[in-house]
Ligand binder design. Structure first.
Ligand SMILES: [Zn+2]
Length: 337
């Protein structure tokens, strides 16, 4: 059973109203609530300390506090009585955005690291549910944690749940789980980023599925910067069906963009249609030779001559726990070394 099967099963149990799944979600909301409380207390202390020493308080603190207070109200409302199905439905405004096919639904749904905490004025109930599902008993994540941390697996899972609820970044989360993990910070960061982004992505896909009248599929969107790996670059711009989860390598920062109907099919004439996302291959061709070389290293020459395409630089990994995803082929495999 892959990690995606685990969350599918959890989601089904919730829909069927199974007692245990509901209890786990209620517990997760409890963790969320105490996490929000703690953040609020911490922030209030900081604000008070600043006031006491005669400093002006940065508005970002006040906004942050407002956001947490709002989150707290949401969580409390969620806790009694808890209802997952209702939170899956988008608000009218979110639906309208999707309907417009706004690229900026990206702003709303994109999971790139720095924006997580800012994007969700609402608690991301879907991501919270996915995180609980991914970490359910017997899941690959739970087993991995139990094998590495022995006694602290529960603590790490609770931290992940809390981070998703409060809207912490994977980096902030890594700081908090590193002691429980007894691992170097880099490993904690990989774990936090991989697990949190998986939860956000699956929640995104579930949202798209719930709105399949206006979302037809999803498009792989890589961050297209110096750190983007060739495997993700090769998949950038590719179209996927809604029933396909985004399966990627650890540390992947890619996002899923909604594929929305054209303006004309929505009955809106005379508007310029959105351009489809260009492929990673096309994007790279437009870059300077220096950027291309940085991205491809020793593979650049063969690529430039048209002998080796990006996709050919990757291979599939089929893992019975983490799913099927693509990674870069080694230079040796490509006979470039
Ligand atoms: Zn990626």
């Amino acid at each position: 059973m892959t990690i995606f099967d685990t969350s599918d099963r959890f989601r089904r149990s919730l829909l069927q109203g199974e007692e245990q799944a509901r209890e786990e979600m209620t517990r997760a909301y409890g963790i969320a609530w105490s996490g929000i409380r703690e953040e609020l207390d911490r922030l209030t202390e900081q604000i008070q300390a600043a006031l006491d020493s005669g400093l002006t308080v940065d508005t970002s603190y006040l906004l942050q506090r407002q956001r947490l207070q709002r989150l707290e109200r949401v969580v409390i409302a969620q806790l009694q009585p808890w209802a997952a199905v209702a939170t899956d439905t988008l608000t009218g405004q979110q639906r309208a955005m999707l309907r417009l096919g706004v690229r900026h639904a990206v702003g709303l749904l994109h999971v790139s690291e720095p924006s997580i905490s800012l994007s969700f004025a609402q608690i991301n109930a879907g991501a919270l549910r996915e995180m609980v599902g991914f970490a359910a008993d017997g899941s690959p994540l739970r087993e991995l944690l139990q094998s590495t941390t022995r006694f602290a697996a529960d603590r790490v899972v609770d931290s992940l749940i809390r981070s998703v609820a409060v809207g912490l970044s994977p980096r902030q989360t890594a700081e908090r789980i590193r002691d429980s993990l007894a691992a170097p910070l880099s490993r904690a960061q990989t774990l936090a980023r991989t697990e949190m982004l998986r939860a956000y992505r699956e929640a995104t896909r579930q949202t798209y599925l719930a709105n399949s009248d206006v979302v037809e599929g999803w498009v792989w969107h890589a961050s297209l910067d110096a750190r983007t790996c060739v495997a993700c670059l090769a998949q950038h711009g590719s179209a996927h069906a809604l029933d396909e989860p985004m399966q990627s390598h650890p540390n992947c920062r890619c996002a899923m963009l909604p594929q929305t109907p054209s303006w004309s099919s929505l009955g809106l004439a005379g508007l310029q249609e959105r351009e489809p996302v260009a492929t990673g291959e096309a994007w790279l061709r437009l870059q300077s030779a220096a950027t291309q070389r940085r991205a491809l290293g020793p593979r650049w020459d063969a690529w430039r001559r048209g002998e080796l395409r990006l996709y050919e630089m990757t291979r599939e990994v089929a893992d019975r726990r983490w799913g099927t995803y693509r990674v870069e082929r080694s230079l040796t495999e490509l006979r470039l070394r």
